[in-house]
Unconditional design. Structure first.
Length: 279
């Protein structure tokens, strides 16, 4: 379902020239990250569900860990870029076309790719050479670097690097996103009529829903781990499924329902056209 929904978004944006604009370019990247994240998680999830496979080679685990975090940081980075795009469109509408040119958009896309790869490329090599002195049993149904670093011997500095990577992306991005929405809310307060505020707010509704869907489970997981809350392991596992699997499933629905242009283009492509009969 996730592949179908995100594949439809990718297909519509690629084929429709009217959607080749900054907002839809970022939506295209968001769908790419959602497809990538779901695809990377599937091997171990399907192995557990259908083959009762409870073991994974270390090399495959490190590879899965790398791509899980690359696509997670990519999604976080794209959500930040989308928040910046909406803030600029609402707060500086006259300067928006001149500031977000095709060249600027290309540089933002390259910066997102460089950030994802440069942050996480050292992690598999660090974890591969760390000494492990605990039972090699993971908490989740897929390989995550905090989970693997937990199994290492105390004092291994690779775990510190892992923590720095997580904080530099997953802690900074939501702060900047909510700061952008603070600016948007401040501007909307000065808009004349309630109808104008509603129309402007509707353009951000889908994106804000995607932001909350992605970050709230992650923040709850971090608080549970940090505060050592007595949460049953099945509930902890379910929360991690919600964080990784629900956004790729729900995002296409959110954007198809909330964004009129996407919805109209999908209906135009999917529904058969009416053909007149000659008399």
């Amino acid at each position: 379902l996730s592949a179908l929904g995100n594949g439809t978004i990718l297909w519509i944006i690629a084929l429709e020239p009217t959607l080749h604009r900054p907002m839809y370019f970022f939506l295209f990247l968001l769908s790419v990250s959602d497809v990538g994240l779901t695809t990377v998680l599937m091997p171990t999830l399907l192995g557990l569900a259908f083959a009762d496979t409870h073991a994974i080679p270390a090399s495959a685990c490190l590879l899965q860990m790398f791509f899980v975090h690359v696509f997670s940081v990519m999604e976080s980075s794209v959500l930040l870029a989308m928040a910046f795009d909406r803030a600029l469109a609402i707060c500086r509408p006259l300067h928006y076309p001149a500031l977000l040119t095709n060249g600027v958009i290309s540089k933002i896309g390259m910066a997102i790719a460089f950030r994802c790869l440069s942050l996480h490329l050292p992690l598999p090599f660090l974890l591969a050479h760390m000494p492990y002195c605990r039972p090699q049993v993971l908490t989740h149904s897929y390989c995550l670097h905090p989970d693997m670093a937990r199994l290492a011997c105390p004092g291994a500095w690779g775990a510190v690097y892992s923590l720095v990577v997580v904080l530099s992306a997953m802690a900074l991005d939501p702060l900047l996103i909510f700061f952008s929405y603070g600016l948007i809310g401040r501007v909307l307060q000065g808009v004349g009529s309630t109808e104008d505020r509603w129309k402007a707010g509707q353009t951000c509704a889908a994106h804000l829903s995607a932001v909350l869907l992605f970050y709230i489970p992650m923040i709850l997981l971090a608080l549970i781990d940090r505060l050592k809350l007595p949460l049953p392991q099945p509930a902890h596992t379910l929360l991690s499924y919600v964080h990784f699997l629900l956004p790729p499933l729900i995002n296409p629905v959110l954007y198809s329902v909330k964004m009129k242009e996407i919805r109209e283009k999908i209906l135009k492509r999917v529904l058969p056209r009416k053909v007149g009969c000659a008399q």
